[in-house]
Write a protein that binds this ligand. Sequence first.
Ligand SMILES: NC(=O)c1ccc[n+]([C@@H]2O[C@H](COP(=O)([O-])OP(=O)(O)OC[C@H]3O[C@@H](n4cnc5c(N)ncnc54)[C@H](O)[C@@H]3O)[C@@H](O)[C@H]2O)c1
Length: 258
Amino acid sequence: MSSDRFKGKGVLISGGAGGLGSEIARRFVAEGANIGIMDTNEVAIQTLVSELSKTGAKVAGAKVDVRDSQDVTKAVDQLAKNIGTVDILVAAAGGSLGTPRDLDDISDDDFDLVIDVNVKGTFNCARAVIPHLKKSNGGSIITFSSIGGRSASPVTGVPYATAKAAILGLTRRLAKEVGEFNIRVNAIAPGLFLTDRLEGMFEKMSKSEQDEVINAIPLKRMPRLQECVEPVLFLASNESSYITGTVLDVNGGRLMAN
Ligand SMILES: NC(=O)c1ccc[n+]([C@@H]2O[C@H](COP(=O)([O-])OP(=O)(O)OC[C@H]3O[C@@H](n4cnc5c(N)ncnc54)[C@H](O)[C@@H]3O)[C@@H](O)[C@H]2O)c1
């Protein structure tokens, strides 16, 4: 399915070469957007940029570590030039980044890495993008929390829970600050989505462990990646024009928060 919902809009995606980020990029392009990809994975950036450029959209990539605020600002400014305008930021760079789950195994560096990429990275990208959104007379920022930041997850550890909860505070406070510029800021909090990286992990689990995961989900099935992508596009679109400072849980009912 393709449409012109985002025709001529500029979208920057941090972590845009990753499992969810790349699917989000494909969907935006299918709906008319131009895309700037920010990621540390240069090979994956190049592969995605060359794939998406074939559609005729303006597509550019920048290898950048979101922890470095100066590099992020440079990358955002360059990508804005490349694709013409910036109207939307999807701040998806993050994850537990291979760090251990259990307290005794977590080093100081592990904790710093997870906080810095997820929280500081989201802040750095948002702060660098806001002047561009003001120039566009408004826009939408979508941050990535997680079910692991909304409740105590059995899968991820304290650093990830801390980071993904912090992103909710960041989202609300930023939404308050930039609302007067017609800039909306909302978080998405996915449950488990089996990207290529996580699919291997899930397949290695025993049938009974897999059943346990699925039985905890009222919808009784794992989601398709598109079922995370569509809610992100909803928060980016005018269909959510009066929604800001909120979090959208996308977890099949596994967590029903107040
Ligand atoms: N997949 C899930 O089940 C799930 C669930 C809840 C939340 N999330 C969140 O969704 C977001 C995307 O997750 P994903 O599953 O696509 O992960 P992923 O690992 O496939 O993609 C993350 C991308 O971020 C990039 N990245 C990592 N560190 C970076 C840095 N310092 N600077 C710039 N880029 C960096 C990686 O290279 C990768 O391309 C993450 O924030 C994650 O925490 C994912």
